[in-house]
Design a binder for this molecule. Structure first.
Ligand SMILES: NC(=O)c1ccc[n+]([C@@H]2O[C@H](COP(=O)([O-])OP(=O)(O)OC[C@H]3O[C@@H](n4cnc5c(N)ncnc54)[C@H](OP(=O)(O)O)[C@@H]3O)[C@@H](O)[C@H]2O)c1
Length: 280
């Protein structure tokens, strides 16, 4: 059973087409009801052995994320694979969500983390779960973890995007260590450049092939990381930014996140040791 966020376009859509032939149940998430119905109508007849379940929700809204998680919980008692793929390149000028956060930071970091928190026990209940957070190497340019920019005049979507992916990569390091004593693993990956809507908004340079990036995401969902491996670039395990491994950085991000989400992160107390050595 797998859940892919941002399944209605780009890399997430290509990943969903691949996964539909592999898993028995595929939850495809999107924020557009019509795009989601179109995707389900395409996937279901092509993969009659797989149950395709559309999950509607806008990651700009914490209420939507909680509703998504609640609806999943009514039907399912575990999740084998969660792919946090959805992301936005945002826009200029800076916009705030209904929850009062800078939009890119909420969609790309806060909401995926809330989704993991709301589904944490279902992940642990799987025989062998994998969380894949789709990041971007541009995060290596970001060194801050604040929930936005205090001075909106200095705002630039590319910097906000890099900051959101930095935070998601730090979170992956924490989750990977919290999973150390379980049968779960967490990895993040830069899938490589792909010609998508998001790519076109971020940079003018042409991107690569979407199917290759989707292959990389699928690889991240199924490969076996060794001890302390949690960061992939394409199909290569690479060294993460040293900042991601620093306990004070991780703790500071967790505290800020708990403040913004108004809830405890279930993995926070067990994530100090360093990324997971367990795998399955
Ligand atoms: N493309 C690249 O070169 C590249 C490079 C490095 C990393 N990445 C990462 O790869 C992942 C996929 O990106 P992509 O290039 O495939 O982008 P994309 O084609 O723009 O697809 C993004 C997906 O996320 C969904 N989404 C956006 N905002 C959302 C929101 N507020 N609520 C719910 N869903 C939302 C989109 O829904 P709609 O279809 O309704 O808009 C779409 O399904 C992202 O995490 C991105 O950061 C991409």
């Amino acid at each position: 059973m797998a859940l892919v966020t941002g399944a209605t376009d780009g890399i997430g859509e290509a990943v969903s087409h691949r996964l539909a032939g592999i898993v028995d149940t595929l939850l495809v998430h999107g924020k557009s009801a019509s795009l989601l119905s179109a995707l389900a109508a395409e996937l279901a007849p092509a993969h009659p052995g797989t149950s395709i379940v559309p999950i509607l929700g806008d990651l700009r809204s914490f209420a939507d994320v909680r509703r998504m998680a609640a609806s999943i919980r009514t039907t399912f008692d575990h999740i084998d694979i969660l792919i946090n793929n959805a992301a936005t390149a945002g826009q200029h000028p800076r916009t705030l969500t209904e929850d009062g956060n800078e939009s890119i930071f909420q969609v790309n970091y806060l909401s995926p983390v809330l989704l993991v928190a709301e589904l944490y026990d279902l992940l642990l209940a799987a025989r062998c779960c994998r969380v894949v957070n789709v990041v971007c190497d541009i995060h290596r340019q970001a060194r801050t973890i604040g929930p936005g920019f205090a001075d909106s005049r200095r705002y630039h979507p590319l910097i906000a995007y890099a900051q959101s992916k930095f935070a998601l990569a730090v979170h992956t390091a924490s989750l990977a260590s919290a999973f150390a004593e379980s049968r779960c693993t967490a990895v993040c990956l830069d899938p490589g450049v792909a010609e998508t809507k998001l790519r076109r908004k971020l940079v003018v340079l042409p991107g690569g092939v979407v199917s290759e990036a989707a292959d990389n995401v699928l690889y991240a969902a199924t490969m076996r990381p060794k001890a302390r491996e949690f960061y992939l670039k394409g199909k290569e395990i690479v060294q993460p930014e040293p900042e991601l491994l620093r306990a004070p950085v991780r703790r500071a991000l967790e505290e800020m996140t708990e403040d913004v989400l108004g809830r405890q992160l279930p993995w926070a107390e067990t994530s100090e040791a360093g990324p997971s050595s367990a795998y399955c």
